[in-house]
Design a protein around this ligand. Sequence first.
Ligand code: UD1
Length: 338
Amino acid sequence: MNILVTGGAGFIGSHTVVELCHAGHTPIILDDFSNSERSVLDGLKNILGFEVKFIEGNCNDSSVLEKVFSSNKIDGVIHFAAAKAVGESVQNPLKYYELNVGSLITLIKTMEKHMVEKLVFSSSCTVYGEPDVIPVTEQTPRKPANSPYGNTKTIGEDILRDVVLAGNQFQFIALRYFNPVGAHESAEIGELPSGVPSNLVPYITQTAIGKRKSLTIFGDDYDTEDGTNIRDFIHVVDLAKAHVAAFDHLNDISEPLYDIFNIGTGLGNSVMELVNTFEKVNNLKLNYSIGPRRPGDTVKIYGDVSKANKILNWHTEKTLEDSLRDAWRWEQKLASKK
Ligand code: UD1
């Protein structure tokens, strides 16, 4: 299938492009490099041995989308293009609503016009807020989002549901990602945070390489075993493969559909465990200290992923150790290029 991958030069997008190619699909990347870099295309070429079709443009621009859909035969879309910085979304909510919600609406309208029915949407476990019971299943009630970014994911899911409920001939899947970490094992592609990373693993690798002085662990007085937050850290390649599985599932279906899947490992690890594992697998000592809690952080969350295991026939293959080894290899590769 020819699959349009919006945000295909981003962290999860680029790894998904690789897995789509391995599965025999033809991805077409649409990206404006607002939060990614052109060099990702070289990394993809080095892994795949050929150039993936690429279109530069903003997918919130209906004229760009119109051009993409009228000049390519597109069988389905994976929509990654979105902004994801929680703090920035609090400072600049309109940017988030315009970009994340606006682009989804523009995209669905263009798909409708061109009779493209299949879409996989990037949602997030942020829609569960602080859950009362873990692991969370897809039936766990969503909670009011604690940031405009989180709210754009909740609204995105609702848009997909309502469009399908309205009787349109669409098949939509929302994947609720837990915490994607790691990099491609070739170290050709990985996470490229702009500025100071707000996410844990890039902060750790940048500290280990000497770009940051020390990692601050945001709180060790939570009601968890070691006092630090619990997350479900999933290797980005496993997450990428979930998109291929979602597409294969959509391919088997011709009726209108809206469905949701948790995509995680099904395991919870604490921030401290992650730091210890990073040190152990990479045989190094990390500079870190304990600091105050970060406002808005969920205390503990991890996913029940049995629905994706069963219906998508998808399972994770990589461990936390693999993720942290690959993330470190990637950081070293970045440093060697400078
Ligand atoms: C965050 C977002 C989530 C979003 C995801 C995108 C919040 C509350 N949630 O998830 O909505 O989908 O990023 O990737 O921001 N930590 C430290 N020190 C650091 C950085 C992080 O101790 O320097 C801790 C955090 O307190 C947290 C854990 O590491 O407990 C993971 O943090 P992070 O990587 O930012 O992800 P989330 O907050 O889970």
